[in-house]
Design a protein around this ligand. Structure first.
Ligand code: ATP
Length: 452
């Protein structure tokens, strides 16, 4: 679509010349001779750029500028001024004009200023839409106290340059957290480069991270930049770092010490400016104990530790996540927003979620496509998401067949504790936390019921 330009000048010769040239240059130009007329046609013509003379009969250029800006603060106004009015034109830039040109002007200069404005506006719009895409795509959803604490931690950690180590099960959102830290940091305009160390064969990881020289090894036909170099000025996200060999760990350790990278096969090194955020789904402290992860590297990377709890330990996040993904997938599919029945939602809150948020997201995508109606009920859930309900039926059933209230209460309590312990993988502290009781109290109950 052609960009529209409105020319406002009471000298008809200037209007004619400008209109002819701008139309020839591929713009849609229109000229008027007063501020009043400009305001009249502004809404119907909707110009992208206005070339506005400072000196006009009737309302002057500055007043016209102010009135136009009241209607549309984003339109690009370029003031035109004669020799005596240059001071006014400069003042106009403070009132929101994009730039000014002095009469008599060379047409080249006018075209350059118009072009500069249109490019500036396009970059601004692109940045805005990138920002919107980011906020939508990488928004972290969650209202549990664990999620709120994570949010606070990200806000505090982001502005610093401190290395961050994120630990948590698969699919808990470690990469999402890393991206949020990057985008809230001073490096946000720099690159965010992610490397999954587990996905790269051992023999290629060094070349992937540090780059290589041409002919450094069989198959290295071209010199190649590594991820450290690509991330310079930004953030390098090292995912699954536990999968790095001890040799690679030693090299990464050196870079964290001197920020110098030596590509494979190179004789010299170069400096990089990289903030490292690493992540692991294994307990790195344990791997240090076992001798498979370097202790010194562990401490270098773990300046700011972030632990992401599994979804089953923050089940109050489940309803909001379900809502969020339902809305987003239904919008992608161009269909009305579906909803879950209360029973279906309760079933999902009881699920163990071994794949965490990734699993939940995939399930919602599947249900949006496969569930026949707009309301998703328990029958629409795949079998494995209903099993917990059957188990809780057992819990309910066991107390119904008991005779006394005490027996019923004990039967229920026993099954309840057993289910919670099971959910927490036998971890008594976690189960006690989940049930909202003291750990010592839970130990007594376990002993009382002879649970393992
Ligand atoms: N709090 C959240 N709000 C919205 N979406 C989330 C949230 N946490 C995770 N996700 C989404 O869940 C999916 C898995 O997240 P992510 O890849 O960050 O997990 P991860 O812990 O890095 O996984 P892995 O250990 O397998 O690499 C992604 O699509 C991510 O956008």
């Amino acid at each position: 679509m052609k960009s529209k330009i409105l020319i406002v000048d009471d000298e008809s010769s200037i209007c004619d010349v400008l209109s002819d040239i701008l139309n020839d240059e591929g713009y849609e130009a229109r000229a008027v001779s007063s501020g009043e007329e400009a305001l009249e046609v502004f809404n119907s013509f909707r110009p992208d750029v206005i070339l506005l003379d400072v000196w006009l009969g009737g309302i002057d250029g500055i007043t016209t500028l102010q009135k136009i800006k009241e209607q549309d603060s984003l339109v690009g106004v370029i003031m035109m001024s004669g020799h005596g009015t240059i001071h006014t034109a400069v003042k106009a830039t403070r009132e929101g004009a994009y730039d000014f040109i002095e009469k008599p002007f060379a047409m080249d200069k006018v075209l350059i200023v118009i072009n500069n404005y249109l490019e500036w506006r396009q970059t601004k719009q692109e940045n805005q839409s990138l920002k919107e895409t980011f906020t939508h795509r990488y928004r972290m959803i969650g209202k549990s106290s664990a999620s709120r604490k994570l949010g606070e931690l990200i806000d505090r950690a982001a502005p610093s340059n401190g290395r961050v180590l994120i630990e948590g099960e698969n699919g808990t959102g470690k990469e999402l957290i890393a991206r949020n830290i990057h985008f809230a940091s001073r490096r946000s305009t720099g690159p965010f480069i992610a490397v999954n160390c587990a996905a790269i064969p051992e023999e290629l990881i060094e070349s992937e991270l540090f780059g290589h020289e041409k002919g450094a090894f069989t198959g290295a036909a071209q010199k190649r930049q590594g991820k450290f170099a690509l991330a310079s000025g930004g953030t390098l996200f090292l995912d699954e770092i536990a999968d790095m060999s001890l040799a690679t760990q030693a090299k990464v350790l050196r870079i964290t010490e001197d920020q110098l990278v030596t590509p494979v096969g190179a004789t010299s090194s170069f400096a990089v400016d990289v903030r490292i955020i690493s992540a692991s789904n294994k307990n790195l402290a344990e791997l240090v104990q076992q001798g498979t992860f370097r202790e010194d590297l562990y401490y270098r990377l773990n300046v700011i530790p972030v632990y992401v709890p599994p979804l089953r330990e923050r089940s109050s996040d489940i309803p909001v996540l379900l809502q969020h993904f339902l809305k987003s997938f239904c919008a992608d599919e161009g269909m009305p927003v579906k909803s879950f029945t209360q029973e279906a939602e309760e079933q999902l809150m009881l699920h163990h979620w071994p794949g965490n948020i990734r699993e939940l997201k995939n399930l919602v995508e599947r249900l949006v496509i496969m569930a026949p109606g707009d309301i998703i009920d328990v029958e629409d859930l795949p079998g494995e998401y209903r099993r917990v309900g059957e188990a809780s039926g057992d819990i309910a059933g066991s107390h119904v067949i008991a005779d006394s209230l005490r027996q019923a209460r004990e039967a229920f309590e026993r099954s309840f504790i057993e289910a919670k312990l099971d959910r927490c993988g036998g971890n008594v502290t976690k189960a006690a936390e989940l049930m909202g009781i003291d750990r010592v109290h839970l130990h007594k109950k376990i002993k009382h019921y002879g649970l393992k």
